[in-house]
Design a protein around this ligand. Structure first.
Ligand SMILES: Cc1cc2nc3c(=O)[nH]c(=O)nc-3n(C[C@H](O)[C@H](O)[C@H](O)COP(=O)(O)OP(=O)(O)OC[C@H]3O[C@@H](n4cnc5c(N)ncnc54)[C@H](O)[C@@H]3O)c2cc1C
Length: 447
C-alpha cells in the first residue's frame, strides 16, 4: 500500500493530509516545529498563521470570496476549521489564530490514517510505494531547500519576492497609455505611461515621502542581495529613475509624436493579456500609499490592483519550468509539491493548492484520470493556468484575483456586474466539476 509522506504541517500540508486520509490513503505528516522553528513562526502548532489573522473576504463577488466558494464545493477542511474559529470581522473571514490551529490539530489528531511525526525532513529518499508531498512553505528549512534545488535543477528556485504591482488591462485608460516597443524594435508588447517633467518630479517626491514597511531582521540581507526597491533607486538622485527604469529613449508617444520626459512601462503578465505589471516598481511602500501614488499617474486613475508591490523572503519554485502539470517533478515523479512553494501567494491560496495537489496524488494512487480544473474558476486559472504560464521569464507569486478569469460572455456593463458574472460562472463550473469527480472522499468525517 502506498504511504504518502507530507512534509510541513502548515496550511497546504494539513489540508493535503486531511484530503488524502478522507480518500482512504495513509499519510505520515512531518512537521519540524516545535523542535526546529522558522524565522517567522512562534508556536509549535499545526497551521499557524504567521502574520495577519484575516483570510480575506467571504463575499462571493470578490476574488477571495469566490475562491472560498469554490473550495467549499471541493470540501476544503481548513475552511471549515476557520469558520469554527471565526471572530467578528464584517464581510471578512478573520479567525482567532490559536483557536484555528487547535481546530486543525483536532481534525488531524482525530484521523486514524494520519500519523503526525515532529521531525525535520532534510532529504527526500525514494522508496518502494512511497510518495512525497512537500508543503514546507516560504520558509522551508535550508537543507530541504538544497535538496529541492537538486531535484528541480538550477535555476529553478527563488529566494525572495521582489514583486511589482500588477493591474488589470481593462482598468487602464488606453487613450493616454500607449503601446510601443523601444526604438520600434520587435512587437509593441509593452504599455507605456508618458510622464512630463512635472509628473515625474511629483512621482519621485511621492516615492521618497511615502510610508514604508519596516524591514524584518531576517529579511535585511535579502534586500541587499536582491533587486533594489524603486524608492531606494529614487533616493540615490533626482534623475536616477529617468536614466534607469523610467528612461524614455526610443519610446516616442504616438499621440504627440514627442519623447516624454520619462516613461513607466507595463509588461504583460499572463497569456490572456489581461494582467500587466509595472516594470521596476518592486517596493516596500505601504499598500494604501502605493495605490494613492500610482493612481496619480496618467491613465492610471481607475487602476484596479490585483497585487501590490512587496519584498520579503520567500522560497518558491519556478513552477512553469521545473514542475509537471500534476505538481510532481519530471525528474522525480514520486515527489509532489503544494502550497506557497509552488508560487501561489496567501493563506487561502495555499489551502487551495494543498487540496488540489492531494486530488492529483490520490488520482495517481487510485489509477484514476483527474479532469483538468474548469478554466472558468480561480482554482483552475491560478493552479493550472498561471503557475504553468511561461510568458514571464520569472514567475512572480500570485493570489486570487478576477483578472485571471476570462471576460464573461456577452456585453456586461460595469466592473461590479462583470465581477458578479465571473463569480457566478466560476461557482457553477466548479459545482459541475466537483459533482463529476471520480474519487469522492470515501469517508467524510461528520464535522
Ligand atoms: C513572514 C510572512 C508573512 C506572511 N503573511 C501573510 C498574511 O498576512 N496573509 C496571507 O494571506 N499570507 C501571508 N503570507 C504568505 C503565505 O500565505 C503563508 O506563508 C502561508 O502560511 C503559506 O502556506 P504553506 O502551507 O505553503 O506554508 P506554511 O504555512 O509556512 O507551512 C510550512 C510548514 O512546513 C514546516 N517545515 C519547513 N521546512 C520543513 C522541513 N524541512 N521538515 C518539516 N517541516 C518543515 C514549517 O514549520 C511550516 O509549519 C506570509 C508569508 C510570510 C513568509
Amino acid at each position: 500500500m502506498t504511504d504518502v509522506h507530507v512534509v510541513g504541517g502548515g496550511l497546504a500540508g494539513t489540508e493535503a493530509a486531511l484530503q488524502l486520509a478522507a480518500r482512504g490513503i495513509s499519510v505520515t505528516l512531518h512537521e519540524m516545529r516545535p523542535r526546529v522553528s522558522s524565522p517567522a513562526h512562534r508556536t509549535g502548532l499545526l497551521a499557524e498563521l504567521v502574520c495577519s489573522n484575516s483570510l480575506k473576504s467571504l463575499d462571493p463577488d470578490t476574488a477571495s470570496g469566490c475562491l472560498k466558494a469554490e473550495l467549499e464545493l471541493l470540501g476544503c477542511r481548513l475552511l471549515g476549521a476557520a469558520s469554527r474559529a471565526a471572530v467578528p470581522a464584517g464581510a471578512a473571514l478573520a479567525v482567532d489564530p490559536a483557536a484555528f490551529a487547535a481546530e486543525v490539530e483536532e481534525m488531524v489528531g482525530g484521523e486514524d490514517l494520519i500519523r503526525l511525526v515532529r521531525d525535520q525532513i532534510q532529504a527526500l529518499e525514494p522508496g518502494p510505494d512511497r510518495l512525497w508531498v512537500v508543503c514546507s512553505g516560504p520558509l522551508t528549512s535550508p537543507t530541504l531547500q538544497t535538496e529541492l534545488g537538486g531535484i528541480a535543477g538550477r535555476p529553478g528556485l527563488h529566494f525572495f519576492d521582489a514583486i511589482a504591482p500588477t493591474v488589470t488591462l481593462d482598468s487602464l485608460d488606453t487613450s493616454v497609455i500607449y503601446r510601443a516597443a523601444r526604438y520600434g524594435k520587435g512587437d509593441a508588447d509593452y504599455l507605456n505611461i508618458p510622464l512630463d517633467q512635472r509628473a515625474y518630479e511629483e512621482l519621485v517626491a511621492d516615492l521618497l515621502a511615502a510610508e514604508k514597511i519596516t524591514v524584518k531582521d531576517f529579511d535585511r540581507g535579502m534586500l541587499f542581495d536582491g533587486c533594489q526597491p524603486i524608492e531606494e533607486i529614487a533616493a540615490s538622485g533626482p534623475r536616477t529613475l529617468a536614466f534607469g527604469p523610467l528612461r524614455p529613449v526610443g519610446l516616442e508617444n504616438p499621440h504627440t509624436g514627442e519623447r516624454p520626459f520619462a516613461v513607466v512601462q507595463l509588461r504583460q503578465e499572463n497569456r490572456e493579456g489581461t494582467l500587466y505589471g509595472l516594470v521596476g516598481f518592486q517596493t516596500r511602500i505601504k499598500h494604501p500609499e502605493q495605490k494613492r501614488i500610482l493612481r496619480k499617474l496618467p491613465g492610471m486613475q481607475s487602476a484596479e490592483f490585483v497585487r501590490l508591490g512587496q519584498m520579503h523572503r520567500n522560497f518558491y519554485l519556478d513552477s512553469p519550468r521545473v514542475l509537471a502539470r500534476d505538481f510532481s517533478f519530471p525528474r522525480r515523479p514520486d515527489v509532489f509539491v503544494a502550497g506557497q512553494i509552488t508560487g501561489v501567494e496567501g493563506y487561502v491560496e495555499s489551502m487551495a493548492s494543498g487540496l488540489v495537489t492531494a486530488l492529483k496524488v490520490a488520482a495517481r494512487i487510485q489509477g484514476l484520470a483527474l479532469p483538468p480544473l474548469p478554466p472558468e474558476t480561480i482554482c483552475g486559472r491560478l493552479l493550472e493556468g498561471f503557475l504553468f504560464d511561461d510568458t514571464s521569464s520569472r514567475l512572480t507569486p500570485m493570489n486570487a484575483n478576477f483578472g485571471l478569469l476570462p471576460p464573461p460572455p456577452g456585453k456586461v456593463r460595469g466592473k461590479k456586474a462583470r465581477k458578479e458574472a465571473k463569480s457566478a460562472r466560476a461557482r457553477e463550473a466548479m459545482r459541475f466539476w466537483a459533482e463529476a469527480l471520480p474519487d469522492q472522499p470515501v469517508r467524510r468525517r461528520p464535522r
